[in-house]
Design a protein around this ligand. Structure first.
Ligand SMILES: Cc1cc2nc3c(=O)[nH]c(=O)nc-3n(C[C@H](O)[C@H](O)[C@H](O)COP(=O)(O)O)c2cc1C
Length: 202
């Protein structure tokens, strides 16, 4: 089913979706560099840029380590990706010469990942966020310092047809939908509708 937005948006936002069927073909450095460049320009509190990315590609010495982090169900499809990426974020930030806790480190890392995903799509590549992995093992295996939170993994790949995808996932291999804005955007108080017909008529 094609995604139909309720209000006008650039097609980029509805065209990004998370397939699980990947070709496994090599991803050029230039694609990764452009996607990370887009992530680099994400906004962040105090411009702290708390995000860091650790990448592995099939053939890299670390690839088996990255695959081993995935929960078995995610491994079924994500090991066919062209790159697996771990996102971590710095817990602290320096403000006016003082190191303080950065309450928005995860929020800001999320903004960077969204930029990455959209730029990748513009280049013909798909991404798929992966929360189902062993965070403690990731910290240990990939040498993540205590000062960084382990946020998420993501798979990057070229979309393939269903032939190479485990049968368990075939039924889900199409773009999903979203709840309507009325359940998401409130006016002034939590739960108060923001876009009533009366307001639009005024
Ligand atoms: C942080 C994060 C963690 C996710 N973890 C998983 C996961 O472990 N396994 C999986 O199959 N999909 C995972 N997803 C994919 C989501 O289910 C998917 O993004 C969501 O259903 C919206 O679909 P869309 O990305 O196709 O628009 C994750 C996505 C994000 C952003």
């Amino acid at each position: 089913m094609p995604r139909i937005p309720d209000h006008p948006v650039d097609p980029l936002f509805v065209d990004r979706w998370s397939p699980r069927s990947f070709t496994g073909e090599p991803v050029p450095d230039a694609v990764l560099q452009s996607a990370f460049e887009a992530a680099r320009w994400a906004p962040s509190a105090s411009n702290a840029q708390p995000w860091r990315f650790i990448v592995a590609r099939p053939g890299d010495a670390e690839w088996a380590d990255f695959v081993s982090l995935l929960l078995p169900r995610n491994r079924l499809w994500a090991e066919r990706a062209s790159a697996l990426i771990l996102i971590v974020s710095a817990l602290d930030v320096e403000r006016r010469g003082e190191v303080v806790a950065n309450v928005s480190h995860s929020f800001d890392a999320g903004a960077a990942w969204a930029n990455f995903a959209h730029q990748a799509l513009l280049l013909g590549w798909h991404t798929h966020g992966i929360g189902g992995f062993d965070r403690d093992a990731a910290r240990e295996l990939l040498g993540i310092p205590e000062a960084f939170a382990v946020e998420s993994m993501l798979a990057l790949g070229k979309q393939a047809d269903l032939a190479g995808l485990h049968a368990d996932f075939h039924a889900q291999e199409s773009p999903n939908d979203r709840r309507p804005l009325v359940q998401t955007v409130f006016s002034g108080r939590f739960g108060a509708p923001a876009f009533s017909p009366q307001r639009n008529a005024a």
